[in-house]
Ligand binder design. Structure first.
Ligand code: CA
Length: 177
């Protein structure tokens, strides 16, 4: 770990070409980068490496990205950028509700990914004591996490201001998480 880096990023991605592409771009942007390709290894790597930002694929061998997110949230406040394999709103919503901060959908531009990581890194540094706690209004039953708003009373979910249609099962999954 070099002292002069712009911050530390852990990349969890099981496709070797994509992992290499993402880590090359991040290293060129002066980040210290570690890469793991398995969900189980990812949890241990977050513990050891204490990254500022975690770039997390959802489809992984071992345990999936959602389970990684659940497990690391018990001990880490690092910023999380999810890589979603398809334009699946439910994946994004579940990820955001579990504590991810942002997502990009594959195929994505590596430059855009680097820009998102840089923006997270700025937020991480300006609010290092505040962590990444969701902004909950006490008693209102409205939870906001990044672009995601879950209104439990109205049973309504909005992503970036756009209402999202969920089945009852999907909504209950969110309300539990
Ligand atoms: Ca994958």
């Amino acid at each position: 770990m070099a002292e002069s880096t712009a911050g530390h990023v852990l990349v969890v991605e099981d496709e070797p070409d994509l992992a290499r592409l993402v880590s090359d771009y991040l290293r060129n942007a002066n980040f210290g980068v570690e890469v793991v390709s398995d969900g189980l290894d990812a949890v241990g790597a977050v513990r050891e490496y204490s990254p500022d930002v975690l770039v997390l694929d959802i489809g992984l061998p071992g345990i999936d990205g959602f389970e990684v997110l659940r497990q690391i949230r018990s001990f880490s406040g690092c910023h999380v950028l999810m890589l979603t394999a398809r334009d699946d709103e439910v994946d994004k919503i579940v990820g955001l509700s579990l504590g991810a901060d942002d997502y990009v959908t594959k195929p994505f531009s590596p430059r855009e990914l680097v820009a998102r990581v840089q923006s997270m890194m700025r937020r991480a540094r300006s609010s290092s004591t505040a962590g990444v706690q969701p902004v909950d209004e006490p008693g209102s039953g409205v939870h906001e996490v990044g672009e995601l708003v879950v209104d439990e009373a109205a049973r309504e979910v909005r992503l970036a201001g756009v209402p999202v249609m969920l089945t009852k099962t999907e909504f209950d999954l969110l309300a539990r998480s």
